[in-house]
Ligand binder design. Structure first.
Ligand code: URA
Ligand code: SF4
Length: 194
């Protein structure tokens, strides 16, 4: 488990960096940064958008209403939080959950990039259009509308060993449109769990 200890050490370093980060304005209004959580050896890594109200209070990803739906989706694959890793593009909550700014993504995604290279998952699943846009571009894929590409696997080749990228709607959509739950469940089924 030498590898895991090394991964933990690297992740702790990122945690320290994020806690002290003032690269954008969001540190001023947040309560707690949300760095990410889960299995550092996960084959499956999920990427959300930014902490919301409950995440900001607890300092953990997806613990509010969207998190409940996320857990149901995971369960439909027979998975638990301990089996996967989950992080967001932004580590600090935008006021009133407004959309991330391009400038904030640019500043903050450096931490996500480091997390991806520590975990080196086989599959990255993006949740929502901001995560999708960032990850598709990072891996040299053409950006498309989420309505056209959700649930489709894209093969990628890179030195990190990441093999597939798949975009999903953000689980929060099911909190205001119950019909979307079915779409999310169907898309989750298409994740080729290894
Ligand atoms: N929405 C996100 O994108 N991330 C969270 O951690 C919670 C809600
Ligand atoms: Fe730093 Fe990211 Fe927080 Fe902005 S959102 S202050 S870049 S950790």
């Amino acid at each position: 488990m030498v590898m895991t200890a090394l991964k933990e050490e690297k992740m702790n370093k990122i945690k320290d960096e994020v806690r002290n980060c003032k690269k954008c304005e969001l540190w001023k209004t947040r309560n707690n940064p949300v760095i990410g959580k889960g299995n550092l050896n996960a084959k499956l890594m999920f990427i959300g958008e930014a902490p919301g109200y409950h995440e900001d209070i607890k300092g953990e990803p997806f613990v509010g209403r969207a998190g409940k739906i996320f857990d149901e989706l995971l369960e439909s694959l027979g998975l638990k939080r301990e089996d996967i890793y989950i992080a967001n593009i932004l580590k600090c909550r935008p006021p009133n959950n407004r959309n991330p700014l391009e400038s904030e993504i640019k500043m903050c995604a450096l931490y996500l990039d480091k997390q991806i290279s520590i975990i080196r998952p086989k599959i990255i699943v993006t949740l929502g259009s901001f995560a999708s846009a960032y990850i598709l571009e990072k891996f040299g894929l053409k950006r498309q509308k989420i309505s056209e590409m959700h649930g489709r696997m894209f093969n990628v080749s890179n030195l990190l060993g990441i093999e597939k990228i798949i975009s999903m709607y953000h689980p929060a959509v099911a909190t205001y449109n119950p019909n979307m739950k079915g779409v999310l469940l169907r898309d989750f089924k298409s994740i080729d769990v290894v």
